[in-house]
Design a protein around this ligand. Structure first.
Ligand code: ZN
Length: 188
């Protein structure tokens, strides 16, 4: 049985960037659109300069209503998150500077999250002994937790998912010149 799609597809540079990319990423205005598993061009996604590092990461996205359910119940949000999360795995390039910034944000965010957890639960457990101080510890802990979450969510990941469905992911954070290298999204 002959397969009409079996012929080699690598017929030329059209639609690809540096020979790396055929049908894996597009630009849609300020958004980067990718397949849910994608290898991106060999340039820094944040500044479009030559990439010294490759980063492969899986990012999760859930609809806004799932995130808002946190206001009702953290446990309910966790369950909904696990049910409705959509992952996308992207392999992208970073220059030396943006790779360093990513690592600093990851470490700072991780430390801040850890300090927040210790202060929050430490204050909660010692609430009888510390009284008013326990509330202060817990307040600082909550601020550290939020700061850590923002550092990890906003800065540790160069790309932030704005929507992920079964086939495609949309990200903010890519440089405008980087997006200009990609074919425009045609809403197939
Ligand atoms: Zn860069």
């Amino acid at each position: 049985m002959s397969n009409p799609f079996a012929a080699p597809m690598s017929s030329g540079p059209s639609g690809g960037v540096g020979g790396l990319l055929v049908g894996e990423a597009w630009s849609d205005g300020p958004l980067l659109v990718t397949n849910v598993i994608a290898t991106l061009p060999d340039a820094c996604v944040k500044c479009n300069q030559p990439a010294q590092h490759r980063v492969k990461t899986t990012l999760q996205w859930v609809p806004l209503w799932v995130r808002l359910s946190l206001l009702l119940s953290p446990l309910m949000m966790l369950v909904l998150y696990l049910i409705f999360r959509r992952p996308a795995t992207v392999d992208f390039g970073l220059c030396e500077e943006h790779f360093r910034q990513r690592n600093v944000a990851r470490v700072a965010g991780g430390v801040s999250l850890g300090v927040g957890v210790v202060l929050l639960f430490g204050g909660f457990l010692a609430i009888d002994a510390l009284e008013g101080w326990a509330l202060a510890f817990m307040g600082v802990g909550i601020v550290a937790l939020l700061g850590g979450a923002i550092a990890v969510g906003r800065f540790a990941s160069p790309l932030s998912p704005s929507e992920i469905d079964r086939e495609h992911a949309r990200f903010t954070g890519a440089h405008v010149d980087y997006l200009a290298r990609l074919p425009p999204w045609d809403r197939r």
